[in-house]
Design a protein around this ligand. Sequence first.
Ligand code: SF4
Length: 83
Amino acid sequence: MTNQHIHCIVNDCHYWNQGNMCHANEILVTTDEFGSRQPDHIDAATAKQLTPDAAGSCMATCCKTYVPKGSDQIKADTVKRMP
Ligand code: SF4
């Protein structure tokens, strides 16, 4: 696997870190439509089972891995926060 650098400015996310870096060990990006229909446990670990979809614009994509800091949904999937 390559050494990824995911930059993100969504600072109320559990995985956000100083310098606008994402510290999730993996993330799932989906279309807004798909993401809005799926429960929290559908995330990076299930990515290989999901059907690819077209978004049409960047405004129609979302980070499905986002979870608010302090949320009880942090453990809804297997994504880990890296040090
Ligand atoms: S999980 Fe998504 S929203 Fe959260 S910091 Fe990473 S890229 Fe940003």
